[in-house]
Design a protein around this ligand. Sequence first.
Ligand SMILES: [Zn+2]
Length: 286
Amino acid sequence: MHPVTLGRITVHRVEELIWTISPRFLFPQVTYADFEPYRDWLVPHFSTPDLKMRLSIHSFVVRTPRCTIVVDTCIGNDRQRDIPQWTNMRTAYLANLAAAGVDPARVDYVFCTHMHVDHVGWNTRLENGRWVPTFPNATYLFHRKEWEFWRHTEEDNQAQVVRDSLQPIFDAGRVTLVDDAYVLDEGVWLEPTPGHTPGHCSVHLSSQGAEAVITGDLIHHPAQVAQPQWVSRACWDRELSIATRLAFLHRYADSGTLILGTHFAPPTAVYLVRQGEGLGIRYDMP
Ligand SMILES: [Zn+2]
């Protein structure tokens, strides 16, 4: 994704990795054959020629005239996770941040759309055996409902995420808990989109008539624009996640609002368009 300019706001995509997986890995009820009707607009950017999904793990860096905001912090290096490829990773994420002109010490805010493993990792980094904030001077904005849901989780993998990526930020005194519709800055506010998790929020950007939304995981893959009832195995409330996705897709179809997909592979930024009875996407070439 080329950097996006929305009036006085800019957005950079900072990549951690591209993850290629079978549809069934994320959507237990969905087969390769179910993807076949959408081959023309999914291959090669969003799916491989054999219809594996190409999912991106990245941050969006939002700059306003006043501040720099990192939205979602990926998986992180040096973690012990239940997915082998995500364990003890050594990615170029910090170098990619630098290439986007981001000095971690000068980031003002970090916001996590929700508290799953692939959205909070680079909240911290390992330094001399301790987890310390990657963005030492930032205020980390966490949704109150999301934290209340996860802080005492007994699920092993997520409890590990709390220990290495969330609790250290509280211990460092850098958290502000926020509620629905919180305004981060002029033209930057939270848009509650619950279902994937209880406190899940998207981020709305608006400047000088230009509009965009960072999705978070209310949608994982562009095929869900055509098939909104496909639910990821990680969703907390299946029915609510479908209802939220449907409402979102219809709210922004043909609206001119740029959709910044949190797991959409490049070109990442798409427009939602009505096509007959259903919905599709339109995008500029990467
Ligand atoms: Zn995710």
